[in-house]
Design a protein around this ligand. Structure first.
Ligand code: NAD
Length: 315
């Protein structure tokens, strides 16, 4: 009988990483997690930990010996660990560089040394900045406008450079606006968690600008399928894929849908556009469809319904 595959998931106690861990365990993988719990939460993986189904290493991806030890018996690595807040990165460019870039390079080098099967790097649509055309395709000119996006872009380049030199088998995934259960609620969290928090407090929803700006909201359940496919599909090494829903949704539309599904009639308050906010963005996902068999299945309405049920008990 074939032994089960083993995957290392960095940032596996975080929002998206913990959903990935669930999915991999379901798929029969042995899973090891490295997470320093800086934004991740042990609660997100507690049931798997208690059931002895995952191996959890509390530690920092910048720690060379810990990373080297952690990759030596794994088949694949999925790399989520990062400092993800754009405003934080503007205030702390050195730390962002250190974690997102030096941490990634640590992993790449360890994976190259240990001849790891596949290294999936989780990047962001932020590397393209304010898009020059829509939908955004993978070959869009990079134009990062924050240290967060810069760190992701350079880390992508390292993955692809090591791949070109045949030292690594790497796939780069650019996530758009991911939402779903376990998404953290803090100053920097996404617009969906902020709106739902406002609904919970019965406070006005705040929109920066006129609300006509669009984003591509993709459910975490769809995202983890794309990651799994990127670990398993042939002929995808050295490639970059967009992972979004492929559909634009305006912030006005989002706010109205949340209010409607929550069954409340709260004020929508418009405030001045924030500097650095982009106008419109949504993904061309045809490449992921073609090579990864990726097909987003969760509609925004259904995804929001699940979230509202979880956060507010609305059904
Ligand atoms: N949420 C989105 O919409 C979105 C969009 C594009 C890309 N991404 C990318 O997806 C990945 C996961 O993001 P998320 O939204 O789940 O955020 P998250 O903050 O919940 O996850 C990041 C995880 O990395 C861990 N971490 C941070 N620094 C670390 C370090 N030095 N060593 C070990 N662990 C460390 C955190 O504790 C956390 O568990 C990130 O790489 C992020 O850039 C997310």
């Amino acid at each position: 009988m074939r032994k089960s595959l083993k995957a290392l998931v960095t940032g596996g106690a975080g929002f998206i990483g913990s959903h990935m861990v669930d999915r991999l365990v379901n798929d029969g993988y042995d899973v090891r997690i490295i997470d320093d719990l800086s934004t991740g939460r042990i609660d997100n993986i507690q049931s798997l930990l208690s059931a002895g189904k995952v191996d959890f290493v509390k530690g920092d991806i910048r720690d060379v010996s810990l990373v080297t030890k952690s990759v030596d018996d794994v088949d694949d690595v999925v790399h989520f660990a990062a400092l993800t807040s754009v405003p934080f990165s503007v205030k702390n460019p050195e730390l962002t560089f250190d974690v997102n870039l030096c941490g990634t390079l640590n992993l790449i080098r360890a994976c190259a040394q240990e001849d790891v099967g596949r290294f999936v790097f989780v990047s962001s649509c932020a590397v393209c900045g304010d898009p020059e055309f829509l939908p955004v395709r993978e070959e869009h000119r990079p134009n990062p406008i924050s240290p967060y996006a810069e760190s992701k872009l350079i880390a992508e380049r390292y993955c692809l450079g090591f791949q070109d030199r045949q030292l690594l088998r790497s796939v780069v995934l650019r996530f758009f606006n991911v939402y779903g259960p376990r998404q953290g609620m803090n100053d920097y969290s996404g617009v969906i968690t902020r709106f739902i928090d406002r609904v919970k407090r019965k406070e006005p929803l705040v929109i920066y600008g006129d609300g006509s700006q669009t984003r591509d909201f993709v459910n975490v359940r769809d995202v983890v399928e794309a990651v799994l496919a990127s670990m398993k599909s042939g002929d995808v090494e050295g490639e970059v894929f967009n992972v979004g829903s492929g559909k634009p949704t305006s912030i006005n539309e989002l706010a109205k849908t949340i209010l409607e599904l929550a069954g409340v009639d709260l004020e929508i308050r418009y405030e001045k556009l924030r500097a650095g906010d982009i106008k419109d963005s949504y993904a061309d996902i045809s490449k992921a469809k073609k090579f990864l068999g990726y097909e987003p299945k969760v509609s925004l309405r259904d995804g929001l319904r699940v979230l509202l049920e979880e956060k507010l008990g609305v059904s």
